[in-house]
Design a protein around this ligand. Structure first.
Ligand code: AMP
Ligand code: MN
Ligand code: MN
Ligand code: MN
Length: 275
């Protein structure tokens, strides 16, 4: 069985519709797919219908934005009840902060000599419910301010760069609580991507585990093969399960496509072991 438990659609910052995501995943050999749009569940109905049509299993998911000290951390939710009111309310509260944040990003870029960034980003938004840095990055690339998405983030949208603004998302304990109230599992997304020391990363993982967190992503395009081994060992050491996901955002825009994920390293407990 091929599991891919992290990807995005046009309901957040992906390029394909929820049905398009599911069809592509099925065509490329994924058997069990979680759609995990940022702070959003709105694509799950369409994805579920498409999964039934394609004969694959859809896991109801989301990727929640968390502020942990001065850093942003992403927590993937898997197997949640999309009708759970606490989770839906929590996600709405996270999304609601995005519009004002995007205006601040636009103002910061205007100060840096790019006057049209907010309006430009809006033309890339595919859900009126959600604007993200990805939409700014697409505009910066297509208007010739950056070579590619990576370049746009590196020069404009990451901490210390002109279009980066700090923002307070939900707390780790809130997010783990909402996910569990909705009957799901909480997974630390791409732990290798956070710009923290290895001691801080262990503190984060320990706090997450103590809050009842369930798993960490071990196999992710944000990780090197050496990190697959490293995070497999951390999962075992912290008695957390292990997950894997392509974090697919769209053809030509993602490091890994559906079907490209290598298997989890041996000796970990897969997040799906009790499904
Ligand atoms: P936001 O939730 O608005 O802060 O946007 C976060 C999203 O930006 C991530 O989910 C990625 O899709 C995208 N992103 C962050 N860093 C990079 C990068 N270096 N290259 C490409 N995309 C990135
Ligand atoms: Mn994204
Ligand atoms: Mn993420
Ligand atoms: Mn993601």
């Amino acid at each position: 069985m091929h599991y891919d438990l992290h990807c995005h659609s046009t309901c957040s910052d992906g390029l394909l519709s929820p049905a398009g995501v599911v069809k592509r995943a099925a065509a490329r050999g994924v058997d069990v797919l979680a759609l995990t749009d940022h702070d959003e569940l709105a694509g799950l109905g369409e994805a579920r219908a498409a999964a039934r049509e394609a004969g694959i299993t859809l896991i109801d998911g989301s990727e929640l934005s968390v502020s942990w000290h001065d850093d942003t951390v992403h927590i993937v939710a898997l197997g949640i009840d999309p009708d759970n009111a606490e989770l839906a309310g929590g996600l709405e509260s996270i999304r609601n902060g995005r519009d004002a944040r995007a205006r601040r990003i636009g103002a910061a870029l205007a100060d840096a000599g790019i006057p049209d960034a907010f309006e430009g980003a809006l033309t890339y938004v595919t859900s009126e419910r959600l604007i993200s840095r990805t939409h700014f990055a697409r505009h910066l690339v297509d208007s010739g301010r950056a070579r590619d998405m990576k370049d746009a983030f590196r020069h404009f949208l990451t901490p210390g760069k002109p279009g980066y603004v700090s923002h307070v998302w939900a707390s780790l304990s809130q997010v783990v609580g909402w996910i569990h109230q909705a009957g799901g599992q909480a997974v630390i997304a791409h732990p290798g991507r956070y710009k923290v020391s290895s001691a801080q990363l262990r503190t984060l993982i320990g706090e997450f585990r103590d809050l009842g967190g369930d798993a960490i992503e071990v196999v992710s395009p944000s990780h090197t093969p050496a990190q697959y081994v490293e995070f497999a060992a951390i999962a075992r050491a912290f008695a957390l399960k292990a997950s894997c996901g392509s974090d697919f955002h769209g053809p030509g825009e993602s490091r890994m496509d559906f079907g490209d994920l290598p298997p989890l390293p041996a000796g970990v407990d897969p997040v799906w072991s009790a499904w």
